[in-house]
Design a protein around this ligand. Structure first.
Ligand code: SAM
Length: 275
């Protein structure tokens, strides 16, 4: 059967290479090139852009990114079984795909960043997705080495990423993302779009960096959000006791009887700076 990019259909590729999906590696593959192109398009125009991808697997999303004209894809994949398949894609798009076999959590993406714009696009393995996002939010320098991140998560994680105050999903991740980025949910992807289907709906989140986030020491921001959301239903004078309690709140100009979930990102930054 013909495909949009002239490479064999992914189901055939997977059967030929015996790539049975492994749960321990968070493997839920996407086969529909229309859907993978929709994800890639969410990142914006890709000409002249180097894309970092984590977990290309059999290459569904990688193929979409390349077919949409990305200058280059640098992909980090932990499962060596995928390498021959990815080598076929590299031959189809000579010089435009570099595959690094390894653990994305241990990869220094900042050091890999070439001259020119970088965008991160990935259907992330769920077990390490949140940690990877946090790593990318905390590079050595800011503005970061990436222009945008277009990432697939479980929907519940996506809701936490974009949440702000008064939202049930608001928490430490929402504060961190809201401090440094503009984050929005692009669209949902139902379980049956994947093979094998996961138990829950997924969602694609698109994040762009704030040029000048409010100055703040991230370790202190983490301390106050951890304490505040650790007891999110309690008043802040109680939940923040371990980091300075009422005196800290007064210094930051925040009413001690409020609760964590009512504080804006700006107010959390004020608390961190008062610490
Ligand atoms: N991109 C493919 C797609 O959309 O069909 C596969 C996505 S699948 C959800 C996640 C991929 O991440 C798998 O190929 C898995 O082997 C890979 N992976 C899992 N943990 C990884 C890690 N720590 N570093 C790099 N890749 C990892």
């Amino acid at each position: 059967m013909a495909t949009l990019d002239g490479l064999p259909p992914l189901r055939e590729v997977i059967a030929e290479h015996g790539l049975d999906a492994r749960k321990a590696l968070g493997q839920n593959f996407l086969f529909d090139l229309n859907l993978t192109q929709k994800i890639a398009r969410t990142a914006g125009p890709l000409e002249d852009v180097t894309v970092f991808e984590v977990g290309p697997g059999p290459g569904g999303l990688t193929r979409a990114i390349l077919s949409l004209g990305a200058k280059k894809v640098i992909a980090v994949e932990r499962d060596s079984r995928c390498l021959p398949v990815l080598a076929d894609i590299e031959r189809h798009y000579p010089g435009r795909l570099e595959v690094i076999e390894g653990d994305a959590l241990k990869t220094d993406f900042e050091a890999l960043a070439p001259e020119g714009p970088v965008r991160i696009i990935a259907n992330l393995p769920y077990n390490v997705g949140t940690q990877l996002l946090i790593n990318w939010l905390l590079p050595k320098t800011w503005p970061p080495f990436w222009q945008s991140m277009t990432l697939m998560f479980q929907k519940e994680v996506g809701q936490r990423i974009v949440a702000d105050e008064e939202d049930d999903h608001y928490g430490r991740l929402g504060v961190l993302c809201g401090w440094r980025t503009d984050a929005r949910m692009a669209f949902d992807v139902p379980p049956q779009a994947f093979s094998p289907p996961p138990k829950v709906t997924s969602t694609v989140v698109h994040l762009t960096p704030r040029e000048t986030p409010l100055p703040c020491d991230v370790a202190k921001l983490e301390r106050v959000t951890q304490a505040a959301f650790g007891q999110r239903r309690k008043m802040l004078r109680q939940s923040l006791k371990s980091v300075g309690g009422e005196a800290l709140l007064v210094r930051a100009g925040i009413d001690p009887s409020r609760r964590a979930e009512t504080l804006s990102v700006v107010e959390f930054v004020a608390l961190a700076n008062a610490l």
